[in-house]
Design a protein. Structure first.
Length: 401
């Protein structure tokens, strides 16, 4: 089976996903075209050699609708032969886009892909597409639907994670991200977003709070208690009779913030790399997707990680670095506990609690960050894992070459 290689990975900065955020004025197609053009320029690519663009986007309506992957390729001036596909694997969409591209290369059917993701949460809010899971009472009742924050608090309650545990992880995430930003660790892959006149709109991750401390985090009020009181706590506990009450311990400081951003990863075969003079940076060792129990919907990253490791013929001890989506602090703490991973190997430059979570783009961003850090530390093997609402886990193992 042919190997699938990563030749390059870039991303925009993450902007605050609100109207006051720096990227609110920038349409998502502009964010996506920014990374599309950067990949082409950095690698002197003939875009007629790209078979397809596979892009994750969770809320693909309005500015993000109409198959933004293909429209962005046209808008970027790419050759007409480039395909385009927009996918929704919820929070894991960006990583799944990269995995699909790698699988297509490994199948031998195609040679070169631009994979990644985009989300503009300042312009299009989470769940604005209003699927039946959220708004249909019959579906709500039949599936025991609960919001994401209630699920995160349920995980924390079951596992015994208290407010201090979560705030400590959040504080560490901000400190690591702040250090990485100041040290220039993101500079290799970070593409500034500019306006039509070429003036820079944003050139850094604007959600990192350098003054974060445990004292400041302690002052923040839990976010999901009132939501639980209107009935969602009872729904969540109905599947866990051993739980007397849910401890509401997540707040805006120890949860990932809504963000804007885009990412792109250039993935292809060894043959196309030689043909185009592209230097492989890493190869895909294994990819995995699993379903998980929807009440604790964010625990799928654990079985997905184990499945990917098994397929790669590896154990956790073989992996040098891990990137795990910090959608809520309890989610990554649960993953760390179950996988038995030292904290210094996980998200060494901070995570989405500090930098924000542009839903469709995050997975591709984490994969690129993992590769950059493997190179910076001169390490070999890395694992990336995300979980998604509804009960989904996606994981990828890469190896530097």
């Amino acid at each position: 089976m042919p190997e699938a290689y990563i030749f390059d990975a870039v991303r925009t900065p993450r902007g605050k996903g609100e109207k006051e955020g720096s990227l609110y004025e920038v349409k998502p197609i502009e964010l996506l075209v920014t990374v599309f053009r950067a990949i082409v320029a950095r690698n002197a690519l003939d875009t007629s050699k790209i078979d397809d663009a596979i892009i994750g986007c969770v809320t693909a309506i309005r500015d993000q609708g109409a198959n933004i992957a293909k429209i962005a390729a046209i808008y970027a001036g790419w050759n007409d032969r480039v395909g385009g596909m927009t996918i929704n694997r919820r929070c894991a969409s960006g990583l799944e886009a990269c995995n699909l591209a790698a699988m297509k290369v490994q199948s031998g059917n195609d040679d070169l892909f631009l994979a990644g993701g985009v989300e503009s949460m300042s312009r299009i809010g989470m769940d604005e597409d209003q699927g039946d899971w959220f708004v249909n009472p019959l579906v709500n009742d039949a599936t025991a639907y609960i919001p994401q924050g209630i699920a995160a608090d349920l995980i924390a309650t079951i596992e015994g994670f208290d407010r201090e545990n979560l705030d400590q992880w959040a504080n560490d995430s901000h400190q690591k991200a702040s250090h990485a930003k100041k040290s220039g660790y993101f500079d290799q892959s970070l593409i500034p977003v500019k306006d039509l006149n070429g003036l820079t709109i944003l050139d850094h991750d604007e959600m990192i709070r350098e003054g974060t401390s445990m004292e400041r985090l302690f002052q923040l009020r839990p976010s999901f208690g009132q939501m639980g009181e209107i009935g969602f706590d009872a729904t969540a506990m109905s599947g866990y009779p051993e739980i007397e009450r849910i401890n509401h311990v997540h707040h805006i400081g120890n949860s990932s913030g809504m963000a804007d951003g885009a990412a792109a990863v250039l993935i292809g075969s060894e043959q196309i790399g030689k043909c185009l003079g592209l230097k492989p940076r890493a190869k895909f060792r294994a990819m995995a997707v699993v379903g998980s129990e929807p009440g604790t919907m964010f625990t799928g990253n654990v079985p997905a990680s184990r499945k990917a490791l098994k397929k790669a013929g590896l154990t956790v001890k073989d992996i040098d670095l891990f990137e795990v989506n910090e959608i809520f602090a309890a989610v990554v703490l649960k993953w760390q506990q179950d996988m038995e991973i030292p904290g210094d190997k996980i998200n060494p430059n901070g995570g989405t609690v500090a930098m924000g979570h542009p839903l469709g783009a995050t997975g591709a961003m984490l994969l690129g960050m993992l590769l950059d850090e493997l190179e910076r530390q001169d390490r070999t093997l890395g694992l990336c894992a995300l979980s998604a609402d509804g009960g989904i886990g996606v994981s990828t193992v890469i190896e530097r070459v």
